[in-house]
Write a protein that binds this ligand. Sequence first.
Ligand code: URA
Length: 434
Amino acid sequence: MRMYDLIVKKRNGEALTKEEIYWFIEKYTAGEIPDYQVSALMMAIYFRGMDNRETLDLTMAMTYSGDVMDLSEINAVKVDKHSTGGVGDKTSLMLAPLVSSCGVCMAKMSGRGLGHTGGTIDKLEAIPGFNTQIETEVFKELLEKNGIALMGQTLRLAPADKKLYALRDVTGTVENMSLIASSIMSKKLAAGADIIVLDVKTGSGAFMKEYKDSLELATIMRWLGNNAGRKVAAVISDMNQPLGSAVGNALEVKEAIETLKGGGSEQLRELCITLGSLILTLAGKAANEDEAKKLLDEAIESGRAFEKFKDFVRAQGGDVRAVEDTSLLPLAPIIEPVASPVSGYVSLLKCDEVGMCSLVLGGGRAKKEDDIDLSVGLMIEKKISDRVEKGEPLAYIHAADKERLEEARERLLAAYGFSDVQPEKPVLIKEILN
Ligand code: URA
């Protein structure tokens, strides 16, 4: 086979065969095909697209391009969850212990934040001592022992995707549905869970800004997972404003803990209960979603879910004292309100811009190699549809120094819009595919 022929075939709008797809993935992973040829193929796919069969073949070829986690020795239903990324999205921190406390095994594979979106690994590292860089064997032992464990994606998991995604990132070929869906699902399939729950975000702070694109992505990812023999459910959730109030690593841990204990953010609770009820139903732990919701509510109210979070933190080397007393989490030296310039109703809160405020404060990464400050971020007090009086705080900024504080303040004020009439509150759960 010759890479040149595959490029020309796709350029001319023909479908690639399974053998051709497996061949180029294998050879590219082994370093036997140069980046320039794969870039050309990605661009041809970008313009010509792939049909479902090609997308599935690409997904499976990338899944098997490296190690595939075998969790079969763990005698429980194993679940993983994926979010397409958002601002203030601390869902996994709460969902993982919540469903684990209801008897499913949460085998969570997570990543770090990039650009305006955060990542679960960074957030958990705000808990002193928490170790996300565990080996596969330790991951499995913890799953067996506690029914919950979290690890960062290893280099050996879906290495073809790692190379391809990095290449697409610099060649203008990220935004293709087949390429995105296969990229995400190959990593999830290689991570070995029986059930995969997808939280596909939609709106200004999401990777997919348009609802129809989010729906298409959720639909194709679920189809890919089902065809790979996994149970998959997907939720499309709003990301036109941050989820909850906290944006920033330690601040989000604190909000997740408060919500897990029954207080905190109503929105976060709603999303976790929705995702959790899909998980418990698919795992056979509840007959239907109503029954599942009761189990999840009870796990929160009884304190069981929070106890499970503490077990999880302890097992991965984290200091449980910082979970019991969140004032021990990293705290920024400067905390200042951002006063509203007008009286009225909040009509807009550009979510990606809020994420950029956190990045400007040092809480996010512009490039993969950047270091981050786990203590900084924002607590959003006023969200879309809320009434605010002039001079009242819209948010509190947690900053390391005055210069960054002022830059973030300016950006945050520009992210807000106001009106005299009260707009509707955005609906959080837009669609459930189960
Ligand atoms: N996230 C991924 O993991 N892959 C993509 O292609 C896009 C977003």
